[in-house]
Design a protein around this ligand. Structure first.
Ligand code: MG
Length: 251
């Protein structure tokens, strides 16, 4: 059965930060669609340059490789290597700019992306933005945060509860563009009609509890209304960071 997707994205500066260094991408139609959020980091305006540059590089890759990706999906081939090539190209672009322009030195970005090609869906991820699957009134995390704190939880050094307001919770262990070579998490995702998928930066998941995200995400509303409600909620919690959300509904 042919799936169709309905989606909406939103980005908001929040109530505290002077700039918005988050970006999102919604691109493509029918046989190939891409959704992504990116949360840039770096001094001055470098964070927004990194997130915008990464998403531009992805758009550029898609412009050149769309037919190739569709051909692979028609053959039932894995899209893993294509996604890795796409992310490596984005990484190279951001890393090179950071290396050659002193004002952008050390910049980087998170990236959490969903690629839908024909009947297949793939997730690619680096950093601490997140993807969730909403199915049967449960919010299932699809990503792991690449943070020092999530590493400490994994190693049993601190508890999940201690991680929530840990002073070092923003320290990333991996990001796009900060190193010449990096590893991305790339995996296929099974989706079916009725599912909703949520991509968000830490301006949402860092301040709004998962139960509250679930309550808003499962409302019987249009994706555009839901993402708007989520921004209102994050701002009610103080809007301490930039807030970016993409919600996709599989119809
Ligand atoms: Mg953030």
């Amino acid at each position: 059965m042919k799936k169709s997707l309905r989606a909406a994205g939103i980005t908001d500066r929040g109530r505290v930060r002077a700039n918005n260094e988050d970006r999102y991408l919604i691109v493509g139609e029918n046989s190939l669609q891409v959704f992504a959020v990116a949360d840039g980091m770096g001094g001055h305006a470098a964070g927004e340059v990194a997130s915008a540059m990464a998403l531009d590089a992805i758009q550029d890759y898609l412009n050149h490789h769309q037919e190739d990706l569709i051909a692979k999906a028609v053959e039932g081939e894995s899209l893993q290597s294509s996604l890795e090539a796409m992310l490596a190209a984005a990484n190279e672009k951001v890393f090179h700019t950071g290396k050659t322009k002193p004002e952008y030195s050390g910049m980087g970005t998170t990236l959490t992306l969903l690629l839908f090609v024909l009947e297949s869906c793939w997730l690619a991820h680096i950093g601490d933005s997140r993807a969730y699957l909403l199915r049967q009134n449960k919010l299932v995390p699809l990503t792991e945060d690449h943070t020092l704190v999530s590493q400490l939880v994994k190693n049993g050094q601190i508890s999940e509860e201690e991680s929530v307001d840990h002073p070092q919770r923003h320290i990333l262990t991996r990001a796009l563009g900060t190193d010449h070579e990096t590893t991305f998490d790339v995996l296929p995702v099974e989706v079916k009609p009725g599912d909703r998928l949520l991509l968000c930066t830490d301006g949402l998941h860092g301040f709004v509890a998962e139960e509250e995200i679930l309550a808003v995400a499962s409302q019987n509303k249009e994706p555009a209304e839901i993402v708007g409600d989520m921004v209102i909620l994050a701002n009610e919690k103080g809007g301490m960071d930039n807030i970016t959300i993409v919600l996709i509904e599989v119809v």
